[in-house]
Design a protein around this ligand. Structure first.
Ligand code: SAM
Length: 248
């Protein structure tokens, strides 16, 4: 059935069975697994995944696609019409996997939502190549920034393979990449404070940290990090700073 493509919802549907297979292989689904799929679209990944797992919760914002999916989906696909940013991840019981060919316009907010929850066991996401490079970048790199630090703080992230723009309909302007995330078992006492520190440091990325984070570094840490710039610090360095807040 034909469906009007809605650019405002970042609709680029995957059309190549080889890439669908490769993405699902990366997810490595088991028969007992529950999967949350973000933006199932017209079901390219969803229908291929359904026979391999116990349950799929597929959250889609477009009412037309929801209607189409509900009509055709096998019983283990639970189609939910909702904006993923409003969807309560804690409404899912037990562990779950996350799968998503993410809508471009919402990639960063969705990733922030995902990393703020640690109930999922593994996430396989397709993102624009440039965003994937930023997420996985090591320190000391021009593209290393707030997104890299935040994702690498809460997850272990890997980049797998490129997906050319030609395998989508309609064809997007840029290529994509498939990445996977696993929650890290870090303890961050104050997530909000940690986030504020990282944001503050990168708000003036050419400045040395003694100038941006001066008030947040105790004398020992000022000695270590004061003359460095934010892009030189790893996610773990930022954790050390936020766990040693001099003002308590
Ligand atoms: N999974 C399908 C595929 O691979 O062919 C579609 C991927 S398409 C890049 C992104 C999908 O996310 C679209 O179906 C779009 O309607 C949906 N979407 C966009 N914004 C959304 C939101 N805020 N919440 C849930 N789904 C959304």
């Amino acid at each position: 059935m034909t469906h009007p493509f809605r650019r405002k919802w970042g609709q680029n549907f995957l059309r190549d069975p080889n890439y669908i297979r490769k993405i699902l292989t990366e997810l490595n689904p088991q028969p007992e697994d529950t999967v949350l799929e973000i933006g199932p679209g017209d079901g390219a990944l969803t229908f291929a995944l359904a026979p391999l797992v116990s349950t799929i919760h597929a959250v889609e914002i477009d009412p037309l696609l929801v209607k189409q999916l509900k009509r055709t989906a096998p019983k283990n696909i639970h189609v939910i019409e909702e904006d993923i940013l409003n969807f309560d991840l804690d409404s899912l019981t037990g562990d779950f996997l996350i799968l998503g060919n993410l809508p471009y316009y919402l990639t960063t907010p969705i990733i922030f939502k995902v990393i703020n929850n640690d109930r999922w066991a593994r996430a396989v996401l397709m993102v624009q190549q440039e965003v994937g490079a930023r997420i996985t970048s090591p320190p000391g790199n021009r593209i290393y920034g707030r997104l890299s630090v935040m994702v690498q703080t809460y997850t272990a992230v890997n980049s797998h393979f490129k997906v050319p723009s030609t395998v989508f309909q309609p064809k997007p302007k840029v290529d994509s990449v498939v990445i996977s995330l696993r929650p890290r078992s870090n303890h961050i006492s104050n997530r909000e404070y940690h986030h504020d520190i990282v944001k503050l440091a990168f708000s003036q990325r050419r400045k040395k940290l003694k100038n941006t984070l001066g008030d947040h570094l105790n004398p020992g840490l000022l000695e270590i990090y004061g003359d460095q710039r934010p892009e030189q610090l790893s996610a773990d360095d930022f954790m050390v700073i936020s766990e040693n807040n001099p003002v308590g």
